[in-house]
Design a protein around this ligand. Structure first.
Ligand code: GLN
Length: 496
């Protein structure tokens, strides 16, 4: 059996049937990581020994009759999510060597569900970026073309799932960081409703926007992961107490009568023609399945990007004040406290410093109303746009990213061109909606394209079902990037 070729749900079934073991699956994943990830570099920290211990424990649990939902399944975690005992850096020098004393809520949930945690994946520093090039350590490469970026900020998690190095992965989506890398790497990525998943133990970027999401190779895989991490956490005051539906049971594949809204603002300038065409094709497939398409307007969408780039940096400037060299990570000593602070905080990378400066300015006396206050008003207008749209349609469909994966270095010189990568994802973060990205084709260069599906608050099951129905009509999720097939041990590509 080529174990790394299996999807998460296929592996789960094989484990349940006794056709394989968690130790075998974990060894296969680690073996593939050691062969393939030296080029892609999706992992910052590989916790192989601990993972193998967890796998052995999972196999023992199974032998005793345990059938927890992810028992024995190897997954990966974005390195902004605290993993007890494992270095967690947020991709920043300022947290180098930081070993969290506790697990994030989502990590605890994964462990309780029996998942094996392979390690921590690469990201843009503090999740600020759209290409994973802002990682303080190294960039991650796109498995479909190693000269291109995997997207960001959760680029390591998306690349790991696309390259079959992990069966599923966690990311965070503050402005698109799950959906955009999912689109660029050809995998499924869901950003749940704000509050659906606890943020406890997730290193904060912009607290009113941050939300943990999941990556899977298929919609069912993503649903299985979300099932485990969703739910109320009394220790996160923004966590929603709403019950968690059965997301896999929601995957009926039936979309007859579904009203799909297509916002005209999402198909304007700057949207690549091949991306738009693939999204149009996907809509046609959904119509064949019984959905109807309606043109809608989200009139304030054009203001989402500037509003986001005021609100997110403003919150970041407050959240990042805690990195003072006293409580976490390295301390670079100066002659006095101020000098120590200055030296230590110089460990932040360029983009993080830029955001702290922008955010501090937007919040400062005299400018607060003009910038931050105005951005909050825009946020309300955007929320109202979505609410109005959802009076007429069930799901909004659009591209996830204006373009497919861009080349490494192509957008690093000009921060504004990088920010534009998020123009189609940030409106959701400013609203109370949820959204996912699902592969909907490839461009002429063989790069994946993502379809974004957006629904109202807590309608994750709905968008997962629409995505699943669409997925059944395509084979995009069965295509694999051209990488050495090292799964299952019968490796014929090794030449050394
Ligand atoms: N690219 C956006 C930013 O840089 C979104 C990042 C995210 O969702 N974490 O802020």
């Amino acid at each position: 059996m080529n174990l790394t070729a299996l999807t998460l749900t296929q592996l789960r079934d094989a484990l349940r049937a006794g056709d394989t073991t968690s130790v075998a699956a974990t060894e296969a994943a680690i073996d593939r990581i050691t062969r393939v990830d030296n080029e892609i570099r999706s992992f910052l920290t590989l916790a192989d020994e601990i993972a193998l211990e967890q796998a052995a424990a999972a196999d023992r649990r199974r032998a005793q009759g345990d059938d927890s939902p992810l028992l024995g399944v190897p997954v990966a975690i974005k390195d902004i999510i605290c993993n007890e005992g494992i270095e967690t850096t947020a991709g920043s020098r300022i947290l180098e060597g930081f070993v969290p004393p506790y697990d994030a809520f989502v990590v605890k949930r994964l462990k309780q569900a029996g998942a094996v945690i392979l390690g921590q994946t690469n990201l843009d520093e503090f999740a600020m970026g759209s290409s994973t090039e802002n990682s303080a350590f190294f960039p991650t490469r796109n498995p479909w073309d190693l000269q291109r970026v995997p997207g960001g900020s959760s680029g390591g998690s998306a690349a790991a799932v696309a390259a079959r190095l992990a069966y599923g992965a966690l990311g965070t989506d503050t402005g698109g960081s799950v959906r955009q890398p999912a689109a660029l790497c050809g995998v499924v990525g869901i950003r749940p409703t704000y509050g659906r998943v606890s943020r406890r133990g997730v290193i904060a970027y912009a607290s009113s926007l941050d939300q943990v999401g999941v990556f899977g190779r298929t919609v069912a895989d993503a649903a299985a992961m979300l099932q485990v991490i969703a739910g109320h956490d009394p220790l996160d005051s923004t966590s929603l107490a709403a019950p968690v539906p059965d997301y896999e049971a929601a995957l009926t594949g039936k979309v007859v009568g579904l009203r799909l809204g297509v916002p005209r603002e999402y198909f304007g300038d700057g949207i690549d023609g091949e991306v738009a065409a693939a999204v149009e094709d996907a809509l046609a497939r959904l119509v064949e399945l019984g959905a109807t398409v309606h043109e809608i307007s989200l009139p304030h969408a054009p203001y989402a990007l500037p509003a986001y780039y005021l609100i997110a940096p403003a919150e970041a400037s407050a959240n990042l004040a805690r990195y003072d060299g006293v409580r976490f990570g390295p301390r670079l000593m100066g002659d006095d406290v101020t000098a120590t602070l200055k030296k230590t905080r110089a460990l932040f990378g360029e983009e993080v410093k830029r955001r702290i400066m922008m955010g501090t300015y937007a919040l400062s006396a005299g400018y607060y109303e003009a910038y931050y206050g105005r951005a909050l008003k825009v946020r309300t207008l955007i929320q109202q746009d979505f609410q109005r749209a959802f009076e007429h349609v069930d799901v909004i469909a659009a591209p996830t990213s204006p373009t497919t994966a861009f080349r490494l270095g192509e957008r690093t010189a000009d921060p504004l061109t990088m920010y534009l990568s998020d123009v189609l994802t940030v409106p959701v973060n400013l609203s109370a909606a949820c959204a996912l990205s699902i592969p909907c084709g490839f461009d002429s260069q063989g790069l994946p394209i993502g379809l974004q599906l957006i629904a109202n608050t807590l309608q994750e099951g709905l968008i997962l079902n629409v995505a699943h129905a669409y997925e059944q009509t395509t084979d995009w999720h069965e295509r694999a990037p051209d990488l050495p097939d090292t799964g299952g041990g019968d490796d014929s590509t090794e030449t050394e």
